[in-house]
Design a protein around this ligand. Structure first.
Ligand code: WT7
Length: 650
């Protein structure tokens, strides 16, 4: 067990919201929270209908919620447009000059888009998409770094009813190819390159490689970000700038009237088995949920400056850089580059420069920056901050306290927000003006969320007893299906208990607080990134030297978890460090650098049951250096365990 889980179990501190913060917040006390929560659970349809009224609709819905054989439908009969709700609505209500996006470049320059300017850019690009023959319901692949063209492209898709599928720009060409092939995208939007740690990284080459095997993609639009030379494919490739400059492209584009349950976007994420699954989110429910959770959990006010460090290539960026903040007419800081460029105070400098009031980041970043020493944040003026947030993996109480004391100066509540790509928005989190905080706990479920912890047999776990974290009722932001694979949707999420299975383990304490313990499946959270063991294993096995591979997590001081690989070689290959390095870079090339194993151990044999199943629980214990293997008598050869443990990679 990672040491921070031990410390979480022993955690007993409670920190109460400051009176002044509570007085000015949307929900001011636990009493108020409990009252609204109770109402939302007793009559979810009335609760969500009232909230949905706050969005702008072309046509109101007929039914709030319908269960269509296990597929949930929200606000059927209604029509709206997400880009209209994020842009036009605010421009019409007098906010055309309010800052929407403050884009901080890695170089330190910035560019600002007001709501009025953003609307114009989105309309122009929507018209470009139309000119390129993108139709309502088509999938558009987006493979861009953290530049404003990324949210502009997403909102332009939303405007014309195209489905965006964003792939994180740090993913390799193979990963991109798999996702395009699964989604059958008709177009890709990418850039020549991106800036990272002061260096230029090529992106277009990756896209070109992927497109060799993606015949559905007819057009590519390329943003010129770095000016590096690229291979320009005539008839397919066009420059973003040139298309946007064309005289015939208008500043106006009527938003499509989208049905509530039409697709808004696909976002691929890793699961237990096989290739990544395309999580599908639809129009109205997703937007409503992103919008409401953002408003309450980040307690947004008109003059807040909100900075989220996530990449838009992940769900955090979709919901809490783009749709949540913009639908609330908030001002968002979006940062292009690396957290430690040119020095480890980059985030703190950004907070000082733009007078950020709300800051949202991941535990892995907090741990890494804490390790750099307090002199970095202490040199900066962080007095504008009033609220801090974290997401992506369990936060250890030490990191939580450092964040609270050194960054928040003990005056900013910390919202530890638990959620997933599938959930569309935050499900378990404090409400900053109401919830007493316990470092390491995501605290209580959001309105309308019936979270619980179950035992293997489906019965309710006791207080403080670990079990499967489930959500017992549908909510508007939930995934609607797995793209192209409705069976996988049902199997993965509903087969085990008949209610939504999160894939996480947790326990609930005597105050009803949720403590997330980690994944219950073969997903590994490396520095907050979600990596499927099966994907890394098949990447390793695709190398000519590898016969078999098994991947497990081990605790890592900064990343939370890191990847440990047990690898069996084919005959004729030498076990040496050079080959280990080659395997690591092979994974990096085929999947992306974030999936690179930290440790590789060559093994002649792996612990298998008589039916041939690799016992990962045993490998996990070995990787952690623990001798608590559990029962090993069912193994074909129990001796394997001892040999592996003796040769453990330290
Ligand atoms: C998994 C989902 C949702 C945004 C980013 C990740 C873990 C997420 C927390 C938290 C403990 C957390 C869970 C979850 N996780 N937030 N506050 N405390 N664990 O999205 O890539 O879909 O990963 O991240 O294990 O299942 P994702």
């Amino acid at each position: 067990m990672p040491s921070y889980i031990d410390s979480i179990l022993k955690e007993s501190r409670v920190l109460y919201p400051h009176e002044e913060f509570s007085r000015n917040s949307h929900v001011k006390s636990m009493k108020e929270y409990s009252k609204i929560y109770k109402k939302s659970i007793e009559n979810p349809e009335a609760f969500w209908a009232e909230k949905a009224d706050e969005l702008e609709w072309f046509k109101k819905w007929n039914s709030v919620l319908r269960n269509d054989h296990g597929f949930f439908k929200w606000f059927e009969g209604g029509e709206l447009n997400a880009s209209d709700n994020c842009l036009d609505r605010h421009v019409k209500s007098g906010n055309a000059n309010k800052k929407a996006i403050i884009w901080e470049q890695e170089s330190g320059k910035n560019r600002i888009y007001t709501y009025g300017q953003l609307l114009k850019e989105v309309c122009r690009f929507a018209n470009v998409l139309k000119k390129k023959n993108v139709k309502r319901g088509d999938v558009v692949q987006i493979y861009l770094p953290m530049i404003p063209e990324l949210p502009i492209a997403m909102l332009a898709c939303a405007r014309i009813g195209a489905i965006h599928s964003v792939v994180f720009a740090g993913f390799s060409s193979d990963a991109l190819k798999d996702r395009i092939q699964d989604s059958s995208a008709v177009m890709i939007i990418t850039a020549d390159g991106s800036y990272r740690n002061g260096k230029v990284v090529s992106l277009k080459d990756n896209a070109d490689n992927a497109l060799k095997e993606c015949p559905t993609v007819k057009n590519a639009i390329i943003v010129k970000r770095t000016g590096i030379s690229i291979n320009f494919v005539g008839g397919r490739d066009c420059w973003w700038d040139e298309l946007m400059k064309e005289k015939e492209i208008s500043d106006l584009c009527e938003p499509e009237k989208m049905h509530s349950e039409e697709s808004l976007f696909i976002l691929y994420t890793s699961g237990t088995t096989g290739k990544p699954k395309g999580i599908l989110h639809t129009q109205a429910g997703y937007l409503l949920f992103a919008s409401q959770t953002f408003r309450y959990i980040f307690d947004i006010n008109n003059d807040d400056i909100y900075f989220c460090t996530a990449d838009i290539g992940w769900i955090t960026g979709h919901s809490y850089i783009v749709y949540g903040p913009l639908s609330n007419c908030a001002t968002v800081v979006m940062y292009e580059g690396a957290p430690t460029y040119p020095s480890p105070d980059r985030f703190w400098r950004i907070i000082e420069k733009h007078e950020v009031t709300i800051f949202y980041t991941a535990p892995t970043a907090i741990r890494a920056l804490a390790k750099e020493g307090n002199e970095w944040p202490n040199k900066c003026n962080l007095s504008s901050l009033r609220l801090l947030g974290t997401v992506g993996e369990p936060i250890n109480p030490e990191a939580w306290m450092w964040y609270y004391e050194t960054i928040g100066k003990k005056k900013c509540p910390v919202v530890d927000t638990w959620w997933q790509t599938e959930t569309g928005g935050i499900l378990i989190s404090p409400l900053p003006g109401a919830t007493p905080l316990k470092p390491g706990s995501a605290t209580k479920p959001f309105f309308g969320i019936a979270a619980d912890v179950l035992r293997e047999d489906g019965s309710k776990a006791n207080l403080n007893e670990g079990g499967y974290l489930v959500i017992k009722n549908p909510w508007p932001g939930m995934l609607r299906t797995v793209w192209n694979n409705p069976d996988r949707y049902k199997k993965t999420y509903f087969e085990k208990f008949g209610v939504y299975l999160t894939g996480d383990t947790a326990h609930i304490d005597e105050d009803g607080y949720f403590w997330i313990m980690g994944r219950s499946d073969d997903v590994i959270k490396v520095a907050g990134h979600r990596i499927g063991s099966a994907e890394v294993e098949s990447s390793l096995v695709s190398h000519r030297a590898v016969a078999e591979a098994a991947i497990v997590p081990f605790p890592h001081e900064i990343k939370g978890q890191a990847i440990y690989a047990f690898v069996t070689l084919k005959k004729g290959f030498d076990k040496n460090d050079l080959l280990k390095e080659e395997l690591r870079s092979h994974v990096s090339k085929t999947l992306g650098p974030i999936a690179k194993p930290d440790k590789i151990q060559f093994a002649d044999d792996l612990p298998k049951t008589r039916s041939g199943k690799i016992m990962r629980r045993i490998l996990k214990a070995i990787a952690e250096g623990s001798a608590e293997y559990g029962n090993i008598t069912t193994l074909v050869d129990p001796n394997v365990v001892k040999i592996l443990a003796e040769n453990r990679e330290k």
